[in-house]
Design a protein around this ligand. Sequence first.
Ligand code: HEC
Ligand code: HEC
Length: 572
Amino acid sequence: MSSRRLLLLLMASTGLCAQQLRTLKGVPVPEPPALGDYVADRTALVALGKALFWDMQAGSDGRTACASCHFHAGADHRIEHQIADPLHEFPTNVTLDPVMFPFRVLADPLNRGSVVTRDTGMRVGSMGLFLRKFVDIVPGQATEIGEELADRVEFSSAGRHLRQVTSRNAPTVINSVFTVLNFWDGRANRVFNGFDPAGDARPGILTVSGGQLTRAPVSLDRASLASQAAGPILDTGEMSYKGRTWPKIGKKILSLPPLALQQVAAGDSVLGSMARVGGRGLRDGVSYESLIRSAFAPALWESSQLVDGEGAVLAGRNAPARSTSEFTQQEYNFSFFWSVALMAYQSTSVSNDSPFDRFMEGDSGALTAEEQDGMRFFQNNGRCTTCHSGAEFTRASFSAGNGRNNRAFQNTGVRPASEDAGRGNGSFKTSGLRNVALTGPYMHNGGQATLEQVVEFYARGGDFGNNGIRSFNSNSANRAALVAFMKALTDERVLYDRAPFDHPELCVPNRHLMNGSDTAAFPASAGNAWVSVPATGAGGHSLPLQTFAELLGGRSTGRSHTMTDPCTVPLP
Ligand code: HEC
Ligand code: HEC
């Protein structure tokens, strides 16, 4: 073996392979090589994806969008009714408080061996749907017919059902296109099969060939975001009543005017030209059907032949359908349109213009002396770049050897592996740290409220087990510098919700109100205080986003997304 090959092998096996921190500008945005086989118009595809991501009508309750848990720098900073714990009892409808963090407290936070004064396996997740059984859709109506179901005792209070809460913290969707496998445990397969996150071969979608509908298996590589998008829409804790199916979702969403409940700014960078100025939703003539027809190849939607819920041709039956159990090709293929459009929209959520990027591009004044000290500590004594490296700040990226390295997923000792095994043995995806100042609370369990707490966690060598973290010596100036450096990873466009991070209006459920239900159809469900996340145009808010720690500490002046504006959406 030549000495050069030996060196390369050594570098690869020890993980020393030059994964220098660098600007994200110029790093190609990963894309499925076969996308062009399906997609006719990229601009229409992104518009479709943006409308779907923000549309509250998508959830079974007609009020829950993907954005409902990803509205704040791509993440969720709500502090009301966000606690869950799959293994133990936990308190519900609690307002998070600074004194609850971190979830593991030591007498000396820099010494892992010191006395533990508090420890909890609770998680800060995101509140999703009430547990309900799916009965059917009503075309033209966003709310589906469902039945209330008994849930865990924790998700009920005073005889009323409460919303379920996810048992992991919602990570940001911004820059998620750069990671090979999405979700904390990487279960969103890099190969999208057209239907679900698992990647296994599925029967395929329906295409028109020689005038007939035929099955075409889908195998789209570099498409973890499409695999991911097929998850929450059918998840009974997130967006779906139990038993809902893809064709029903397609039939419902295709029957609804896009974003009908929400205001879209005339200056929206993607949807502005289609916005209904002075009203809600998009202007007449722009429908989900028209967006799909612009975005995708005709062979995927042009047939009027009706099929059943399994995609089997109903001989002699053509659109219009006589019942909610007959589907057009377009409705049947909706799983594909939904997932690919959401992938395309989230692929435009690229944040690459922080002070750090400008510094790496040669603007030596872009980082303060303290931030530069923090960067050196991050790379050297802190050994953070062992895992948080490259332009993406994570070795789970395509550029870090297609994510195939042992730092893409790591056990950092956040919790015992017995509570959540993650990708196995308590390993979780190495987070990309861009905009991390805005995406608290931190870690898969949401158990750290501030970056200061995260830095102390690392300084003491993690909390549990034999993990990949080595404790390090530091003084308070080193730790403050590390935090300052991480705060310099904030992109102002994210901080102010400017293009491409501008968005339609959204209403999100906040605190549960126990004196009645919001909806006559579900009298046993608790109500909610609904709060507004106002629409922005490309120019964004005039005030910066509030951080999780600020909301926790009660700071609301001089910030946007303060969770105090009443909802203006006419809830169905
Ligand atoms: C009820 C809240 C909720 C809703 C609604 C929701 N998500 Fe998430 N999202 C989460 C949580 C929690 C996770 C982490 C789950 C895990 O990794 O196990 C997550 C993870 C993700 C990730 C992975 C990011 C990463 O770094 O791994 C992406 C991308 C994402 N969601 C996009 C979406 C899209 C697209 C939709 C709509 C189809 C959606 N989410 C709906 C809560 C939600
Ligand atoms: C051995 C690999 C490894 C090293 C070294 C490492 N990290 Fe991490 N980091 C991870 C992983 C994996 C996660 C997610 C862990 C989890 O939630 O279980 C993470 C999560 C984080 C988060 C939370 C991000 C979020 O959005 O929740 C921050 C902040 C962070 N790391 C900063 C640092 C800093 C600062 C250092 C150096 C002092 C460092 N990391 C060293 C692997 C590493």
